[in-house]
Structure formats: structure tokens, C-alpha cells
Ligand binder design. Sequence first.
Ligand SMILES: [Zn+2]
Length: 443
Amino acid sequence: MSKTLKIFLAWLLLIGFAVPSPAYSTQFADSGETLRLHWAAKLIPIAFSNSLLKPNPYIKPDSDIQGAIERSLEAWEKAADIKFQVSWTDKQTISPTGKSGDGVSLVTIAQTPENLLMFGEDANTVSARTRIFFNRKGYINEADIVLNPYEQFSTDGSFGTFDFEATLIHEIGHLLGLDHSSVTGATMHEHQGKNGVYNLPAFSSRTLAEDDLAGIRAIYGASSAEDDCCGTLAGKLSQAGGKGAKNFQVWAEEAESGRLAAGVLTNADGVYRVEGLQSGQYRVYTQDFGGEIGKSFSVEELGAVNIVTGKNQTISKKLKSSTKDFDVRYVGFNAQVSELAVPVNGGKSYLIYVGGKNLDSNIVSIGFNSPYISVTPKSLTDHKYGGDISVISFEVNVAPETPLGEYSFFIKSESGAAEFAVGSLTVETFVNSWNSHLLSLRD
Ligand SMILES: [Zn+2]
């Protein structure tokens, strides 16, 4: 096999939300972010339009729509102290924008004028959108979901279609008050791939990540089955000059397994707050999110923390603000790079790609904090990509007993600067049957 593998950027579509913004974060009714959007009652009514079940060009025939709906709702119910009250309706069209809607929280795929208006010029870039109505106190009284009828959905992994379940579970997260997550691999991450990215079905988002679970527990509290939840980690990060470290990613990983627990972004003042954490030991890190080479800052470990149910822990720090001489933008698999996490299975080895700027296997090294995942020594290989994007690959070995969930790897340069690809590898139950072919690559 040739060493100069042609790598291409996998296309991605955004999972739409009317007011795009980053983080695990929750939505707020006010700009000061004091009034968190949430349903007042623990029983949340949701009405599914018959348009989802009638034969239509937007859903592949024989898709398991009922099953996908049930699993999506159950996943959120299991995660937090909420229940859904499900009904079916002939209603097709969501409520237009305004102070209030019609009181029905509708999920629909019907091609009606009002539904199509949700997408506007984004009809080819967004798979679904959610419109939320709330009052001044932050109570949600209606949330409508439109699956984009310009696209096609399926439940069997059909190439080129969106996975219905992965899309719906994400939109229900918005309906409940969650915003987008900065964690790659989280169901609430803003990017969704169609089936076929990495030559795999796009099933990863069907499973809620620990980050999604922490987010929903932050709003509604844990479901009654969980007695070791929840604690909070909060603090303020400032840069060398004393200014708040704005738009920094802060994340906690389980100290023992290295599995990602939750990640948030700092606000304009450098303040962050990770709620919904289960009790236990964590390592906490921060890095500049979405910065540029020479301007963005290297990762820093904020320390170890013991989270205790019902307690607040604080880690505040003045950051060293040391700049990075490289940048990580994409991860990849099967000669494609994208902003989607790579799904893997325990007990196998895979060839993983990382793309960005100034990535050179002579200068950088790659590793995992998890004792379950290792990088094969000397497996780093440079690939031609073109433009100013550089791509390197490496082989990872995932131990059979690796707990399901998201893991991060770090890239470190000779200068000591480092960056984490946060949550970029997701250990899944659905089968990724590809294996690495490292030996032939080395020939
Ligand atoms: Zn979204």
C-alpha cells in the first residue's frame, strides 16, 4: 500500500438549532445567563406528527421510526429526572415565530411552508431544527422539531442518508434545554455526519455521551436510580495579563479510566461551571478553543479533583498562556478526516488520522491518558493532503475491557506545547469491523 494515501475531508452537516452557540451548555432566557431554560414540570408532553409514519420521500421505506422514537426518549428519561408524555397527531406544521406557540410540542417532517421556513438558505446544510418558546422566567412551554424534508432519513445505516435516531435524540436534547457541546463525540455536538462518513454508519450519536448526561443532569437533576450524583466543579481562568480566559474549553476526565466526563466553555470573563458530575476522582484540563496558530494557547492541566455529591469544588487559575506552534482541526478514519469522533470497539486496533496545521511526525508525538488505549510506537506516518492542511496517522490499540464512552488523545510538539482532541475517539457497541493494516503501510 502506498504511503501517500489520498485523504479527503468528509462532508458534514450541522444539526440545526435556531440560536447556534457552543459548549456542553444549557440554554438561557437572558444574556447574563442566570435563567436556564427548562420545563417546569417533570412530565413533558411531546406530540409526533403522523407525517413521520406515512410513506414519504424523506424517510427510507421500512425504517424503524417507532423504535427510534422510543429509544431516543428513553435515553433522556434514563439520564435525568424527567418523563415524556407521548401522543400522535395529524398536525403537520410547527408554530410560527412569535411570543407563544399553539401549546403543542410537535415533531414533524411534513413539507409545509412554515416547516420549510425553518431552514431558509440552510436547506442543504442542516438536518433538523428546533424552535423553543419560553417565558421570561426561563420556563419552556413549547418546543417544535422539524426534520429537514429536503433530506432523507433512515434507520439502517443506508449510505448518504441521515440516521433518524441520531438526529432525533439530538433535537430532543434541544427541546429539553440543552445547547451544543464543544465535546467531539457528544450527541449534542453541532456536527452530524451522514451515514458513510469514514465508511461507517453514523450511529455514534444514538448513544448519549457522559458529557450529554452531565448536561441534562445539570438542568433536571439525576434520575432517581443514580444515588452518586451530582457534584459541581467551577472556577475562573485568567490569562497572564489578568484578563479572563474567554472561550477556553474546560473538561474533566475520570482519573482511573481516562474516559471523558464532561466539558464546557468559559464565558467572556473566563468563568466556567461543570455541573452534573458523578462523585469520583477526575483530572481537569483546559485549552484555548478555536484559536489560531501562534495565538492559541497550549493545554494546561488544572489539577485533580474529588467530586462529592451535593458539593461544589473550585479550581481557579492564572494560565501560563504559552502559545502553540501547531493546530489540531480534524480527526479521521478510513482516509477521511472530519470533525466527527471516530467510533471504535474494544479488543481491536485502528488506524486513526489527525489533521491540522504544522503536524509533522518528526516533531509531534501522540498519546492517551487512558490505560485502556495505547498508540503503537513508531506508527506515526505523514500523509499528503494539499493546501496548508497536514495529516498524520497512527495506530491505536483499544483494550477489550475499555469502558464505553469518549476518550481524548493529545498531540505534543518538541517545544512542549500540547493540544487534546477532546472526545475524538468513542468506544461503541455497534461494530466498526475495520482493522488497521499497519504492517502493509510500513512496507
Ligand atoms: Zn443542534
